[in-house]
Design a protein around this ligand. Structure first.
Ligand code: SAH
Ligand code: SF4
Ligand code: F3S
Length: 476
């Protein structure tokens, strides 16, 4: 059961105290300009959208502390790495990048290095950094995001390393400064933490128990974004469908969406992630009714085998998931559906895996995000004795991708001839001669046009479907 008494909200007084620290740091960094050196900060981000959103707050706080935000760590006087722990690979990368900062510190002894986020919210990793990375000045868990000014101030004033661990409660802090990367796409966290304890997953241990922001705070943030010309708002939470549980029926997730859609303007709302066990018909009806909500649902299935879903502690089975998809397609025939899949969970037999392949062919997702199971210390699955050998995991993974690529290709060529509304995101990174954007269904579209279209909705006639993208032309 969720522990509703354990949730934590930063008070207005506490936020004011943090702003005082910010002001004190700004005095110090501003004084430093007199020696001809403007202080610069770099924020490096790993992990999911939640971390991207947190990093925009970190950048906002660093800006208010008087730092100019730069992309290059080599130019920075303050480097903050926002880490992820969801898979082993993410941790290894963050640690090796951090290892590389040792020589930057040798060149600039005044450089301050801080590590935050999910990876260091594990006690063991925080201690390892304390021991083996002496040039790291501070470590702050996910709960301490809003206390960053105080932590940086302590480091600067006392020239003493700071290690701020998590206690297991996600924290809501309203009124943090924010420096957004985009001027037309915005992330808005609506809740923090997770109570689901899927047996493979580290997130509940590093993000703490679930806590929701008040609906009026979310409304005010959205309204301001839309007034400022933002065209796409993505609402974030590990399980948005359990939004508002602590408000005793006052405002659930579908109610929140309905309220937000009353804001005037030309915009779309996306959200992630939806846990299938909590995705309600009310939510689907709301999506079908509200024009502002993108007709796309990301609904992680993880596995098509009931035995695996039980072992994963997911609280649904394939047939109930399938019924939800059927209902969704009845209400919104054009809806795009994407999912997350884990291959090689402990005990996964060839039959279980066949269940996952069957789910792919049966549901025909527009897009999947697939992961090879990665053992996370402290989770129940890590100590299950039937771990799958790496060779079997990667062989299954390859087979699964082949099945999905064919489906994605077929689904994408079925889009040819349609006219779709796309939010232009500027030049494509892979193909800079083309503009890129996403459809309501979150499919990538490549098209020709003027760079000034960036940030605007354009109608695109689809002329070609590829496995991972659509190609089209702008219609006036
Ligand atoms: N809260 C979201 C997802 C968070 S993590 C949800 O419930 O869907 C994003 C995805 O990473 C998960 O959906 C899962 O597919 C994958 N993932 C999580 N832990 C993993 C692990 N230990 N190994 C491999 N993939 C994992
Ligand atoms: Fe992890 Fe499950 Fe929570 Fe998602 S719902 S963050 S997969 S524990
Ligand atoms: Fe996200 Fe990684 Fe943390 S996926 S919630 S940044 S563990």
């Amino acid at each position: 059961m969720p522990d509703r008494t354990g949730t934590h909200r930063m008070t207005a007084d506490e936020m004011a105290r943090q702003r005082e620290y910010t002001d004190k740091i700004r005095k110090i960094t501003t004084d430093a300009i007199s020696d001809g050196h403007r202080r610069q900060a770099c924020v490096v981000t790993y992990g999911c959208q939640q971390n991207e959103a947190d990093s925009e707050r970190i950048a906002g706080m660093a800006r208010d502390m008087g730092y100019t935000i730069v992309d290059d760590e080599k130019q920075a006087d303050l480097i903050i790495v926002n880490t992820c722990a969801v898979r082993d690979h993410a941790e290894k990368r963050a640690l090796s990048i951090t290892g590389g900062y040792k020589h930057l510190k040798a060149v600039n002894p005044d450089l301050i290095i801080g590590i935050g986020g999910c990876m260091v919210s594990q006690q063991a990793v925080s201690e390892k950094i304390k021991r083996s990375y002496p040039y790291v000045d501070f470590v702050f868990g996910t709960e301490s995001l809003a206390r960053l000014p105080e932590i940086v101030y302590e480091v600067i004033q006392k020239v003493k390393r700071q290690f701020v661990p998590n206690t297991g409660e996600a924290v809501v802090a309203e009124g943090m400064p924010v420096l957004r990367k985009s001027r037309y796409q915005a992330y808005v966290s609506i809740m923090y933490g997770c109570n689901n304890f899927c047996t493979y997953c580290i997130v509940p241990y590093v993000r703490g128990r679930e806590v929701s922001r008040r609906p009026e705070a979310i409304y005010a943030e959205d309204e301001e974004l839309i007034r400022d010309g933002y065209r796409e708002i993505t609402l974030l939470g590990q399980n948005v469908n359990s939004y508002g549980k602590e408000f005793d029926g006052e405002c659930d997730f579908a109610d929140l969406l309905t309220r937000l859609c009353r804001i005037d303007g030309d915009y779309i709302i996306r959200f992630m992630t939806s846990h299938p066990k909590d995705a309600s018909e009310k939510l689907i009806d709301t999506m079908a009714r509200e024009k502002h909500i993108a007709k796309h649902l990301h609904l992680p299935i993880q596995s098509g085998s009931d035995a695996m879903l039980r072992a994963m502690n997911r609280h649904y089975d394939y047939s109930s998931y399938r019924r939800l998809v059927t209902y969704m397609r009845e209400k919104m025939p054009d809806i795009a559906i994407s999912t997350d899949i884990i291959v090689g969970f402990p005990g996964e037999t060839e039959d279980d895996f066949a269940g996952t392949l069957n789910a792919l062919s049966d549901i025909r997702y527009d897009m999947i995000f697939s992961f090879i199971y990665s053992k996370r210390d402290g989770t129940p699955a890590a100590v299950m004795d039937n771990q799958i050998p790496d060779s079997v995991k990667s062989e299954r993974f390859t087979r699964m991708l082949a099945v999905q690529e064919k489906i994605a290709y077929e689904k994408n060529i079925a889009e040819v001839g349609k006219t779709l509304r796309v939010l232009c995101e500027g030049a494509s990174k892979n193909n800079p001669a083309k503009l890129t954007g996403r459809t309501e269904g979150n499919k990538i579209v490549l098209f020709d046009g003027d760079a000034s279209l960036e940030g605007q909705f354009v109608n695109i006639r689809i002329t070609q479907g590829q496995t991972f993208a659509l190609v089209g032309t702008v219609i006036d």
